[in-house]
Design a protein. Structure first.
Length: 438
C-alpha cells in the first residue's frame, strides 16, 4: 500500500475540519450573550417546527406556546449584543434574566396550562403517556399494591388497564419512580397541581439548583449547563410534557458534582436514588465506581457502591420478589421491545428499523452492542488510567449515543443524555486543566 493511500483518510478528515472552521470561528467570535441569542432563536425555530409537524398533542401544544418566549429572548439578546459595548458583568446579569424569562415562558406557562387543560378535559392528551402511568403506579403504591401487574402470557397482555392502549398497562421503571404519582393518589385526582409533571419539575429544579451551586466551574459554564438542562428544548420540552428522564438527569448532575468535589457519600446517594428510579441511570452509576476518589486521591469505589446497592436493593427487591415475572416484563422486556407490545418509544432509529425487518435481531443488537462497546471502553480506560471524571462523561456520552441507535425500542428524545454528558465532560475538563496549570 502506497504512502499516498495511507494519507488519504488523514487528508479527508483535515478537509472536513476546514469545512466547519468558518462556523467555529463565527461562533467563537460571538459574545456569550450573542451565543445565547443564537441558541434561543434556534430553539424558537425548533418549537415552531414541533408545533407544525408533531403528531403528539402535548408536544405540538408546547411548541406553539414556547415559540414566542424563545424568539423574544433570542432577539433581545442579539439586539443588546449589537447595540451595546461588551461589559462582562452586565452581560452576565442580562443572560441570567433572559434564562429566567425562558424558564417562565417555555416551562412554567406551558406546564401550568397543559396541567389545567388536562384537569378540565381528561379525555384529551395534554400530557405524555408516561404521566398517567406514573400516577397509576403512585395510586397502587399508596394502597400497598404492586405497580407491576401487566405482562404477556400466550401472546396476550394480562391485567391490562381497561380503556387504555396496551403499552400504558406497563410500568417500565423501578418502584421509586412511582413517588411522583403519590400526590395525585393522596388527593384522588391526578391533575392540576398534583399532576406528576409538576412534582417531577419541582424536584428537577431543586436538585439542579443545588448541583449548579456546588459545581466547580466558571459562572459562564454553570449558566450553559442550566440552559441545556432546563431552558432549551433539551429540557423545557420534557419538563412541560412529562419527561421522566429530567429527574434522572438532575440527580446524575448532582452525582457528577459530588464526584468532582470528592463527596462520595453524596455521590452514592444521588446516583443510587436515580438508579432506583430508572434503568437509564445505571451506566453512570456503574461508571462512577471508576472515578470515585477520596480527598487524598485514593479509590473509594466501595463507599459509592455501598450506597447505590443499598438504595436499589431496599426499594426494588420487595417488589421483584412479590412478582418476578411481571417485574422483569415491565422493567426490562418492555423497554427493550421484547414484551410483544408496541411501545410509543419505538422511533425510526437504526435499531428499530432493523428489528422491524428482522425481529430476531431484537434479542441480539443490544447485547452485542454492550459486549463490543464494553470491550472498547475497557481498552480505552486501561490506556488512559487513572480515568478522570471528564473522560468518564465523554465515554458515557458516546455509549449512550450508540445504545440509542441500536436499541429496538427507543425514542429520539433520549439524545438529551449524550448531549448533557458531553457538555458536563467539557466543563469538567476545563476545570481539571485549570487545576493542573495552577
Amino acid at each position: 500500500m502506497s504512502q499516498q493511500t495511507l494519507a488519504e483518510p488523514r487528508l479527508k478528515s483535515v478537509g472536513q475540519l476546514r469545512t466547519y472552521e468558518p462556523i467555529r470561528r463565527a461562533w467563537s467570535s460571538l459574545s456569550s450573550l450573542g451565543q445565547d441569542g443564537v441558541l434561543y432563536v434556534g430553539a424558537g425555530l425548533f418549537a415552531w417546527l414541533l408545533g407544525v409537524f408533531s403528531s403528539q398533542p402535548a408536544q405540538w401544544q408546547w411548541g406553539y406556546l414556547s415559540v414566542g418566549p424563545y424568539c423574544v429572548a433570542g432577539l433581545l439578546a442579539l439586539v443588546m449584543t449589537w447595540r451595546r459595548p461588551r461589559r462582562p458583568r452586565r452581560e452576565f446579569v442580562v443572560r441570567v434574566l433572559l434564562l429566567f424569562v425562558v424558564l417562565l415562558g417555555a416551562v412554567a406557562v406551558p406546564l401550568g396550562l397543559e396541567a389545567r387543560w388536562r384537569q378540565l378535559d381528561p379525555g384529551k392528551q395534554f400530557a405524555q403517556p408516561e404521566v398517567s402511568v406514573i400516577e397509576r403506579s403512585g395510586a397502587a403504591l399508596s394502597k400497598g399494591e404492586d405497580p407491576y401487574r401487566s405482562y404477556l402470557k400466550n401472546g396476550r397482555v394480562v391485567n391490562e388497564v381497561p380503556g387504555e392502549p396496551a403499552f400504558e398497562s406497563f410500568f417500565p421503571y423501578f418502584p421509586l419512580m412511582g413517588v411522583f404519582g403519590l400526590p395525585s393518589a393522596e388527593t384522588k385526582k391526578g391533575r392540576g397541581l398534583t399532576d406528576a409533571r409538576i412534582v417531577m419539575t419541582l424536584m428537577t429544579l431543586m436538585v439542579s439548583a443545588a448541583a449548579l451551586r456546588m459545581l466547580r466551574a466558571s459562572r459562564e459554564d454553570k449558566l450553559r449547563v442550566a440552559q441545556v438542562l432546563l431552558a432549551l428544548p433539551t429540557g423545557a420540552l420534557f419538563l412541560s410534557t412529562g419527561g421522566d428522564d429530567m429527574p434522572i438527569l438532575a440527580l446524575s448532575l448532582l452525582g457528577v458534582v459530588a464526584l468532582q468535589r470528592r463527596k462520595t457519600n453524596l455521590a452514592g446517594i444521588s446516583l443510587g436514588v436515580a438508579a432506583a428510579m430508572k434503568l437509564t441511570a445505571w451506566p453512570l452509576a456503574a461508571g462512577s465506581l471508576l472515578v470515585a476518589r477520596s480527598d487524598r486521591g485514593r479509590p473509594v469505589w466501595w463507599r459509592v457502591l455501598l450506597w447505590i446497592a443499598t438504595i436499589v436493593l431496599v426499594t426494588v427487591v420487595p417488589f421483584a420478589w412479590r412478582s418476578p415475572h411481571a417485574f422483569v416484563a415491565n422493567v426490562f422486556a418492555f423497554p427493550l421491545g421484547l414484551a410483544g407490545v408496541s411501545s410509543p418509544a419505538a422511533s425510526a432509529l437504526p435499531g428499530h428499523v432493523l428489528t422491524t425487518w428482522m425481529p430476531f435481531l431484537g434479542h441480539v443488537l443490544t447485547p452485542a452492542a454492550l459486549v463490543v462497546g464494553g470491550y472498547f471502553a475497557t481498552r480505552y480506560a486501561r490506556r488512559v488510567w487513572p480515568l478522570s471524571l471528564s473522560q468518564l462523561l465523554g465515554l458515557m456520552s458516546i455509549a449512550f449515543l450508540i445504545l440509542i441507535c441500536v436499541a429496538s425500542a427507543t425514542r429520539v428524545g433520549y439524545v438529551i443524555y449524550p448531549l448533557n454528558f458531553a457538555l458536563w465532560a467539557s466543563v469538567c475538563r476545563r476545570r481539571e486543566e485549570s487545576v493542573l496549570v495552577a
